[in-house]
Write a protein that binds this ligand. Structure first.
Ligand SMILES: [Zn+2]
Length: 52
């Protein structure tokens, strides 16, 4: 698996949303579609990333 830098549970530092499983990560944060560099630099959830 190339899930890399993210450890569970993962919490969005912006809004505090938590994903306890990789399924939730994919649903709330969308990390599965991001590369390793983006995962390391962007730990915010979908909603928070959308605003920036
Ligand atoms: Zn967030």
């Amino acid at each position: 698996m190339a899930t890399g830098k993210i450890t569970l549970p993962h919490k969005c530092p912006q809004c505090g949303k938590v994903a306890a499983t990789y399924q939730e990560l994919d649903d709330k944060f969308g990390f599965r579609n991001m590369n390793a560099d983006s995962m390391r630099n962007q730990s915010w959830c979908r909603d928070c990333r959308k605003k920036s």
